[in-house]
Ligand binder design. Structure first.
Ligand SMILES: Nc1nc2c(ncn2[C@@H]2O[C@H](COP(=O)(O)OP(=O)(O)OP(=O)(O)O)[C@@H](O)[C@H]2O)c(=O)[nH]1
Ligand SMILES: [Mg+2]
Length: 350
């Protein structure tokens, strides 16, 4: 659908037409497109024409306005299109997070629609540029500019939802860590409130929020543990997990599952045997058993936290994040398990 938008000096030209970019501050169904159009039209309103005669100056000005506004619009669309890295080299966890939040392929389709909108804009610009030399008077010239503005506005309005989606997708990923590390990426998982963030703070320089209530952590973050000089493993702090089912209701739990699925071969499953987290050992063991069933390729390093309060008779590693006990043993065990995921040591010099 093509609509006609008013040129930037529309206030002098009477009431705003249907579909035209709105006055600033006026709520519309396409605030992002409006904002971009506003910038483009404002910039193009500054264009002055050159030429011997008045008609030639108006012709050059009309051409300049179309080229300037198209340039601004194309730049903005290109920026939105590239807001999120959707290439096959993008982190699989981040891609899975986007699929979970927006639906399969939705963000990629939005990027594609924005690219098509750019192509359409380019086509419209060329079309209008071709008509300018044929314009015989200033009326025809301003008509040409107005037609371009209107068509450009229609193109942007059509991708408004896609622009919004790209912005939301980029905001979702903004706080997420750039997760390198591939196979050596270690996710710390467990029920809420068992001390996962406390452990990540102990093992790395990261300082995630720690508090005595469940779901303090709502998004994955990462710190780095030095395994040997120059080799670091990203350690992922994850939100608490209460169910291993594919589709938990809480988005933070889904994120924890995705982080686990897309982390390396070794994960730490953290228990709180004191029950002060709010869940019993039976419940925690049940969760671990289901996770093992669902992800048989993973090795879960089973660790009991809060040993300053309770040391159970189990054979599991015992740590206290509050006292800093047992952490060396934990790091030693991690290094052993991660051995094959690490790059080989450089050969010794003779
Ligand atoms: N006594 C004792 N308390 C601990 C220990 N580790 C953590 N805590 C406490 O347990 C509570 C939860 O710690 P967090 O590190 O926030 O737990 P979490 O697993 O990250 O919690 P969520 O982010 O909500 O899933 C806090 O009050 C911590 O101080 C420990 O070794 N001993
Ligand atoms: Mg936490």
């Amino acid at each position: 659908m093509t609509v006609t938008a008013a040129p930037p000096n529309r206030r002098r030209q009477g009431p705003r037409r249907k579909g035209a970019p709105s006055a600033p501050g006026r709520p519309t169904g396409h605030p992002l497109s409006d904002a971009i159009l506003e910038i483009a039209f404002h910039r193009s309103s500054k264009v002055v024409g050159k030429g011997q005669s008045s008609l030639e100056r108006r012709r050059s000005q009309a051409r300049g306005k179309i080229i300037k506004s198209a340039g601004v619009l194309l730049r903005h669309l290109r920026r939105y299109e590239g807001l999120v890295d959707l290439s096959s080299t993008a982190d699989p966890f981040l891609r899975a997070l986007l699929e979970d939040a927006f639906g399969e392929g939705r963000v990629a389709r939005s990027a594609l629609r924005i690219r098509r909108a750019r192509e359409r804009l380019l086509g419209l610009r060329q079309e209008e540029e071709r008509t300018l030399p044929k314009a015989e008077d200033t009326y025809a010239l301003s008509n040409s500019v107005r037609r371009f503005y209107g068509r450009a506005a229609s193109v942007l309005f059509e991708v408004e939802a896609d622009l919004v989606r790209m912005e939301k997708a980029s905001a979702l990923l903004r706080d997420r860590p750039a997760l390198e590390g591939g196979l050596s990426r270690v996710a710390v998982v467990g029920f809420p409130n068992v001390g996962k963030s406390s452990l990540v703070a102990r093992l790395t320089r990261a300082r995630p929020r720690v508090a005595s209530y469940p779901f303090t952590t709502l998004a994955v973050s990462a710190g780095h543990l030095e395994l040997r000089p120059g080799v670091q493993a990203p350690v992922l702090d994850t939100p608490g997990l209460r169910t291993p089912e594919r589709d938990p209701k809480h988005p933070a739990e889904r994120e924890a599952l995705l982080a686990l699925r897309h982390s390396g071969t070794v994960a730490i499953f953290l228990f709180d045997p004191t029950g002060s987290c709010g869940w019993t050992m039976e419940q925690q063991e049940g969760l671990l058993a289901r996770l093992k069933e669902r992800m048989p390729e993973k090795t879960f390093l089973e660790v009991e936290n809060k040993s300053d309060l309770l040391r159970s008779p189990s054979a599991r590693l015992k740590i206290s994040c509050v006292k800093g006990e047992g952490l060396d043993d934990l790091v030693g065990a991690l290094k052993g398990l991660l051995g094959s995921a690490l790059p080989p040591l450089p050969p010794l010099r003779e």
